[in-house]
Each structure stands twice: as structure tokens, then as C-alpha cells.
Design a protein around this ligand. Structure first.
Ligand SMILES: [Cu+2]
Length: 149
């Protein structure tokens, strides 16, 4: 039994130290601030060109009255945000088109107590990248910035 655990640990260590070229994704955990239309993380920093996984948890209590879904949509250019949000709210049921190439990364909508995630490569260009929840009427308060440096 102990020998088996030791072997598994060794393999994991080897993978973990594997030269740096096979960099693992940075995991960023973001939740909703309880039942509010706000994220509990409104700024995070990643390295340019690195792999990033965002895990978003909808922390709204399951007995909360009313609809409360959340996602995270990161824009390549903040100037495109308004029209993408408008489409999501008017035609997408709160979600933008998944093939919209103005979007850097997006998760699906997560319902109360659900988790959703997305893996992507951070832009090579340093800067501040806006992210919002595009569920109906959330983008005004539910937003933050991914800092790429
Ligand atoms: Cu939301």
C-alpha cells in the first residue's frame, strides 16, 4: 500500500518538475459574492501567453427566490463589450455567441450553486482585459479586470 502511494507521488513530482515547457495552467477561482450581482474577485493577474483556467462558482443559495445565473466573458477589446452584452441580453438568453471572435474566453452560464470553467491562453499583449457577466442586467455591476503582464 505504502509502496503504491510512493510510486504515484514520484510520477506526479516528475510531471510537476518537467522542465517548464509543459507549463500547467494557472487556476483562477472566481465566485459570485453570495447572491449579489458581483464577483468576489474583481482583478487578477496572469502572465502574457500563459495557460489560464478560470473556475467560476455561482454562490447564490439554492433557495434564493428568482433567477440568478452567472458566467464570465472576457473581451479582447473593451470597446466591443457593449455590443456583445447587448446581443447576449436581447437574443442570447444571457449568453453571447460562442463563436464571436471578439471574445477572448467565456464560460457557459452557471445556475445557483453550479460551477463552470474555461481554459484559454492569455494574450501575448500586456494590458487590462475587461470581464463581465452577460446574464441579463448583470454586466453593470458584475465585472472585473484580468491584468496581463
Ligand atoms: Cu451574473
Amino acid at each position: 500500500m505504502f509502496k503504491k502511494i510512493f510510486t504515484i507521488t514520484s510520477i506526479l513530482l516528475l510531471i510537476g518538475c518537467g522542465g517548464g515547457s509543459t507549463a500547467e495552467a494557472t487556476i483562477v477561482n472566481i465566485g459570485s459574492l453570495g447572491a449579489e450581482m458581483k464577483y468576489d474577485v474583481e482583478e487578477f493577474t496572469v502572465k502574457a501567453g500563459s495557460k489560464v483556467t478560470i473556475v467560476m462558482k455561482n454562490n447564490t443559495p439554492s433557495d434564493f427566490m428568482g433567477a440568478m445565473q452567472h458566467n464570465i466573458v472576457i473581451f479582447k477589446n473593451e470597446s466591443d463589450a457593449a455590443s456583445i452584452i447587448e446581443y447576449a441580453e436581447d437574443y442570447g438568453g444571457g449568453s453571447p455567441m460562442t463563436n464571436d471572435n471578439r471574445i477572448l474566453a467565456m464560460t457557459s452560464l452557471a445556475d445557483k450553486q453550479q460551477e463552470t470553467s474555461v481554459e484559454f491562453t492569455a494574450p501575448s499583449k500586456p494590458g487590462r482585459y475587461l470581464y463581465v457577466c452577460t446574464y441579463i442586467a448583470h454586466a453593470g455591476s458584475m465585472r472585473g479586470y484580468m491584468i496581463v503582464e
